[in-house]
Design a binder for this molecule. Sequence first.
Ligand code: ZN
Length: 299
Amino acid sequence: MEKVIIEARVNELATRAGNPHVPFLPAEIIRDAKACYDEGAAIVHYHGRTADGDPDHASAFYLETNAGIRAGSNILIHPTLGYVANDADATGRFAAVEDMMKSADTAPDFAPMDCGSVNVDWWDPQKGTYKTTDLIYKNSTGTLMHFAERIDHHGLKPYLVSWNVSFTRQIHQFLKMGVLKQPAYICFCMTDETIFAGHPGTVAGLDAHTAFLPKDFATVWTVVNYKGDLFQLTDKILREGGHISIGLGDYAYTDGARNLTNAEVIAKVVAQARALGREPASVAETKSILEMPQVRIAA
Ligand code: ZN
């Protein structure tokens, strides 16, 4: 079976209350990117954070972090656009990427497009109520078309996130329009425990996603379980030809007794994949599977 593309999702907006190994600052993310690469990850995804863990979407954070990751290995770089922490217009949301594209040393390989809008309020399981009541992850069609145009302009690969079937349907329309090119790399974002915007991280939740993959276009799919344990589904994903996106950003993984590091999470995925006959895809193999374009640095 095809080799498996493994992406390390090292921090998202996760706190250190659940797992103290969550990296925040550039040096910590750079260290984890290299450690995950050494274990078999081909892509690293990260969010800019302050020393206290707050979101930091200043370009300087991304320039420093990308340059450090590049210096350490050839792992493919997938930075966030800032999620709900960067609630600007389309140009503002993409501004940090425009800055990253000024040098080959800081250019990423992917930029994300979450292809729809959704309520992303945080649930408090202890109190049985919402902690927030006005968090909307807004991605208008016009905003997404702006992102797609800029991603294509820079020779990056769009990382197409689908939180539910309506997102996958918008991806399909963009493929028909030529706004997106084949093969579409689609990340099915399942959500659990403290956020309910995606499909549940269950067999039925994943089956409902894959049932709506566009059949008339080439697609490659990976799976995230945001705030849930993706290992409940990794066996199924690997057997069905999917790819894996996982890390401490999503869930405070342990081995039952001890908090795992990001690299230990990646090592666990690699061992499971190998046992099922799927070797981890190298960076070159990942580029080939996804037919990644040539990154273009502005002169
Ligand atoms: Zn993210």
